[in-house]
Design a protein around this ligand. Sequence first.
Ligand code: 4AD
Ligand code: MG
Length: 431
Amino acid sequence: MSWVLVKDVKDYNDREVTLKGWVYNKRSSGKIWFLILRDGTGIIQGVVLKNEVSEEVFNKKDELSQESSIIVKGLIHEDKRSPGGYEIVVKDLEVVQIANDYPIALKDHGVEFLMDNRHLWLRSSKQWAILRIRHTVYYAITEYLNQNAFVRFDSPLLTPNACEGTTTLFTVPYFDLGNAYLSQSGQLYLEAGIMSLGRVYDFGPVFRAEKSKTRKHLTEFWMMDAEAAFVEHDENLKIQEELIRFVIRSVLEKNAMELEILERDVEKLKKADAPFRRMTHREAVEYLRSKGSKIGNENDLGAKDEVMLTEDSDVPIFVEKWPKEIKAFYMKRDKDNPDLVLGADLIAPEGFGEIIGGSQREDDHDLLYQRMVAEDMPLDEYQWFLDLRKYGSVPHSGFGVGLERLVQWMSGVVQIREAIPFARTIYRLRP
Ligand code: 4AD
Ligand code: MG
């Protein structure tokens, strides 16, 4: 009798199989009892009938507690009423281990308790669904990039300098060489990569010592940075839009069950798969002020501004052409207005906020040099970065997607800590 994964039981109707997993729940009524078994790939109801199994197996219902691990043998049987459309009529049941006093019951617990027990909370159906959506999002991003000539280029995580400004760096002692910093984004290294490979991306953890307590900030999160030679601002936005719409379609196609478990309004996701909107920073500021925001001309969007901006929009909005003072040193100036830079943030609808930050990069050696001097940056540390503007400089652009932000939006979860297996925030380093 072959071991089958729950996701595949539809191919085994009326056949005997072995399933291996954990007890999610059970209930009994006299001569019959039911167990819900989960194996990581799905969930299935098992039916145990008194006159179909040995007395020993039938009596296991008393000992089987939530999360006990088991191996079940039985007959797969199509049943439209049961979750997943199939059930297993149990013939034999072997206990691998009895879970004693599993601390997470199938009722509501406080979030702090759940986060303290994150190693167990991961098994709950909603957390399971979010992690599976994360898997889809991850692979959809890499699939899109692969189809569009981007080559994976792994940037270092231990770096001697900052990418996004020095205020949020984590410092690590580094032998006799002084301090190293944990990378905030691989972008600067990708800019070297494109001069070899044309289009590159990295995808991995990045670190920000942000003292933010919002529901959108982690200190360790995953970013996909993409960079492309000869791509300018408009084309950069086009790539981002195509990528995000590809991700939305992938999640809708592959995660219908997970979205249902999460009670995600899928109509909202379907509507977001349409041409994205564009606004300049100035237009966004004026629009927000007309709605009551106190945002100034030279201000970044606050969390409330991001919510307000997309309130009446089904699709994400690119906010582009920012005042240079509030954006990173590497962004290229707008030729029509040197006070502005060709950067764009992509703001997701439904209050999920910024999911992408990107820009065309300054490719002129002297302009970049001046900007670095004006910002008092340690020029010797960035000499290699300036070099890229000396030996065959080309217009180029790129962007960084925050994986957890995107997963948060796709799943419709309010708190970013649920969008990553083990969240790291200013208050949490454990488990
Ligand atoms: O906008 P950011 O800071 O852009 C960069 O780091 C660029 N160097 C990327 C590039 O052009 N290659 O970060 C990119 C994205 C944000 O839009 C957001 O989605 C996410 O990373 N992000 C965070 N996600 C979770 N927690 C945090 N503390 C985050 N900070 C940024
Ligand atoms: Mg940003």
